[in-house]
Ligand binder design. Sequence first.
Ligand SMILES: [Zn+2]
Ligand SMILES: [Zn+2]
Length: 139
Amino acid sequence: MGERLNGRCLCGESRFQARVLKNEADACHCGMCRRWAGGAYVGVEVEDLDFAPGAPLIAYRSSEWAERISCARCGGGLAWRMVDGSMANVPLAVFDPPLDLPLAVEIFIDEKPSGYAFAGSTHKMTGAEVAAAFAGREG
Ligand SMILES: [Zn+2]
Ligand SMILES: [Zn+2]
């Protein structure tokens, strides 16, 4: 880790750099993530998330403690982060080139639609287990 990676939205007007904190991805099946991403959310925890000056961003406050950053021009989702700056997660697909990390954890497994499932063995947690482990960081 350590290296700062580049990323961008679909139209390319919103660019960022971030340092990936893990060599593993996590997926969230919660209704909010799926509605925001239009499907299952697969991302990685990052630090030092910096957007390029002038990037046309919108921040949607999806809960008391978290916001979701998207490009205002193409609508592409770029990041979920705690408003206090303590945690940020970026979809694998928006890194440039896209990151291809093994999927280690699936959260809100109890909200996953039955029509699909990820391959391989992952650590699966229900929404209640997540709430207990992270004390309300989801949203
Ligand atoms: Zn864009
Ligand atoms: Zn979620």
